[in-house]
Write a protein that binds this ligand. Structure first.
Ligand SMILES: [Zn+2]
Ligand SMILES: [Zn+2]
Length: 299
């Protein structure tokens, strides 16, 4: 299909499944997207592409209308705030990418052990079985899983409290992460044939010239786009990101960062101010080759 006869529809290019720290299986996620009329989604699990193939087979088996963009989300070092880089349209069989992700997951697993050890010194015991109980079929358990165990054990009342008291940055059981540099994350995505997009840039905690300077440095490493629409962003930020995308010739993306019940305030497809985002608002190169029917668009 070319641009002239493509149908405008809802998109969500940033979602997590239970292959990282979401709660929906890839199959459940694409089924939910179909039900909600979100006809282009991307599964962007942290440090794994394990959910992509499963979702793709499910879409084909069930003849779903939803189209899935292959994705991944990498965490990278930043002197300030949180830097996440999304990779889209990557080759999920690219061996150097798979090897690198596996290495990161191993380091993350060690980090979980270190957090569990710290909790033990605080008199809170978490067993491997406890963690497995909340991450069945899950390749990269992270802090949300530990938080869930703390809730289940009635040590805290909520996931938020688990982070506020124990797991958040510089809290009682905090262990720093090993991360890619921004340049490494972008190169890894490019080498796997993908495009690199900076996720929820408001999390970088930079405004004005400071933000633009930082964005420029990412563009220097080959950044291809910016997630303009994210629930975290206010209208001023959205307008800023749009104008910077134009200035630096960057792709425009949109994503909810859906995590299922691990982040209950985020609904699938709700990418901005409580609203869905139409495909016409994001760069067509991110959502091209859409096959969908008029009558099911914008349900
Ligand atoms: Zn993120
Ligand atoms: Zn995310």
């Amino acid at each position: 299909m070319n641009d002239s006869n493509r149908v405008n529809h809802w998109v969500d290019l940033h979602t997590h499944t239970d292959r990282s720290d979401g709660t929906f299986s890839p199959q459940e996620l694409v089924t939910l997207a179909e039900k909600k009329g979100i006809l282009t989604i991307s599964i962007t699990d942290h440090d794994t592409v394990a959910g992509v193939e499963a979702a793709k087979s499910h879409i084909e088996d069930r003849h779903l209308k939803v189209r899935m963009i292959k994705g991944v989300e990498l965490s990278a070092k930043s002197t300030k705030g949180v830097l996440h880089i999304l990779g889209y349209n990557i080759d999920i069989h690219h061996q150097p990418l798979l090897d690198s992700l596996e290495k990161v997951r191993k380091i993350r697993a060690r980090r979980n052990n270190d957090i569990v050890s710290k909790l033990a010194t605080l008199g809170i015991s978490i067993s491997e079985g406890d963690l497995e109980g909340v991450s069945i079929d899950n390749e990269s358990p992270g802090r949300p899983h530990i938080a869930r165990v703390l809730v289940d054990k009635h040590i805290v009342d909520s996931i938020d409290q688990a982070f506020d008291e124990y797991l958040g940055k510089n809290k009682k059981a905090y262990v720093p992460k090993k991360l890619y540099t921004a340049e490494e994350a972008i190169s890894l995505i490019h080498d796997a044939g993908g495009v690199a997009i900076v996720a929820h840039p408001a999390s970088l905690d930079r405004e004005g010239d400071e933000f633009e300077d930082y964005l420029q440095s990412l563009v220097g490493y080959g950044l291809n786009g910016i997630e303009v629409y994210a629930p975290l962003h206010n209208q001023v930020q959205i307008d800023t990101y749009l104008s910077l995308a134009k200035k630096y010739n960057l792709m425009i993306s949109a994503g909810s960062d859906f995590h299922g019940t691990n982040k209950p305030s985020i609904d699938l497809g709700i990418c901005t101010n409580g609203e869905k985002i139409a495909s016409s608002k994001v760069s067509s190169s991110l959502t091209s080759d859409i096959h969908c029917d008029n009558h099911i668009a914008f349900r």
